[in-house]
Design a protein around this ligand. Structure first.
Ligand code: NAD
Length: 330
């Protein structure tokens, strides 16, 4: 049986990536939508052949509990709405995928994990790269110490923001932060999955060249992570630089991905030689895997706890920006 997914929030990512990917999935399909905009509901219903009974607004969202067509609810809303809708979805008896960053802070992530556990529903975060072949190879090279221990990591992720100056992404109350929350999260997680360890402390600095645009959120952030193994790990995030790489130096070799974090193609090198893996539809692989987890009642490889770990690092980076000191990650 193909499981039914309902997308909540029909913005750029839902429309540009997730809905098209759901035309390629084997274990799940686009069964329903939740939107506050009636004209979008009509367009989507026509385009994706979605029956009226599977279309919800934010006001009648709770009625989704009675709909047997919907097995999984995928939250693709501004970050400030992730907690509320994840908890509502679990309480409606549905399994949940929530987009990154999981929530505004680690405290909210813990509430979401607890609510899904209480409802007996699986929770997964939209971390598509865990299903991407070059990334899986990077994890193997680092975690299995194929070229010896990784001594250092240098990683950055960002883009030059040219969008609407009034968009939710630039409002702290809605986004939780700027480039760090949206883009830096990939570099933070990349460091964690390359080493297969959790960082214990962080020190961060920031740069603002466009204070009128980024008056409410961070523009460019630099950080150094302390890992238990003493590796040198530097990261950076930005809404004003086009970055997207991760380079690892090990005792007996080096490996890197560049681009490392997007969905327009990942490239990898090992000791200067190109990796050869297929480019896949990451979102289709991610959603198919979660549907299989639901069918087999097993935890996703990217559960809520994985989202929480990244948010604990991000919270500590913001504390470090305030204090100017090393901050513990806990
Ligand atoms: P977007 O602005 O394009 O879409 C957001 C949607 O939420 C819109 O349809 C909007 O109408 C709706 N919405 C409902 N209430 C709103 C409110 N109060 N204010 C603003 N919008 C409201 O954003 P997006 O780029 O689709 O991002 C949505 C989520 O997906 C974010 O968490 C983002 O980080 C994530 N995302 C993930 C990836 C990835 O590769 N995993 C890529 C892009 C975005």
């Amino acid at each position: 049986k193909k499981l039914g997914i309902a997308l909540v929030g029909l913005g750029g990512y839902a429309g540009g990536q997730l809905a098209p990917a759901l035309q390629q999935t084997q274990n799940c399909y686009l069964a329903g939508i939740v939107t506050g905009t009636p004209s979008k509901a009509d367009d989507w219903a026509k385009k994706y052949n979605i029956p009226q009974k599977n279309i919800y607004s934010y006001e009648n969202f709770h009625e989704i509990a009675k709909n047997p067509d919907i097995d999984i609810i995928y939250i693709v809303l501004p970050v400030s709405m992730h907690k509320e809708y994840t908890i509502k979805a679990a309480q409606a008896g549905k399994h949940v995928i929530c987009e990154k960053p999981m929530a505004l802070n680690a405290g909210e992530c813990r509430e979401m994990i607890a609510a899904c556990k209480k409802a007996g529903k699986l929770l997964s975060i939209g971390y598509r790269l865990h299903f991407e072949p070059h990334t899986i190879e990077l994890m193997r090279l680092g975690q299995k110490q194929v070229y010896g221990k990784v001594k250092s990591i240098d990683t950055g992720n960002g883009f030059t923001y040219r969008g609407d100056p009034n968009a939710w992404r630039l409002k702290k109350a809605l986004a939780g932060g700027g480039g760090l929350m949206d883009m830096g999260i990939y570099s933070i997680q990349g460091s964690r999955y390359t080493l297969g360890q959790e960082p214990v402390a962080v020190k961060a600095t920031q740069e603002k060249t466009k204070p009128e645009l980024f008056k409410d959120v961070d523009e460019t952030v630099f950080w150094e992570l302390k890992f238990p193994g003493g590796q040198k790990v530097n990261g950076k995030s930005s809404y004003n630089h086009d970055w997207g790489y991760l380079k690892a130096e090990a005792e007996k070799g080096n490996f890197e991905l560049s681009p490392a974090f997007g969905y327009g193609g990942i490239n990898g090198k090992v000791n200067g030689n190109a990796m050869h893996f297929p480019q896949i539809n990451q979102q289709a692989a991610q959603m198919d895997d979660f549907a299989m987890c639901v069918l087999q009642n097993k935890q996703s490889r990217v559960p809520g706890e994985e989202g929480l770990k990244d948010m604990m690092v991000i919270d500590a980076i913001y504390r470090s920006l305030d204090s100017g000191n090393w901050e513990k990650i806990s």
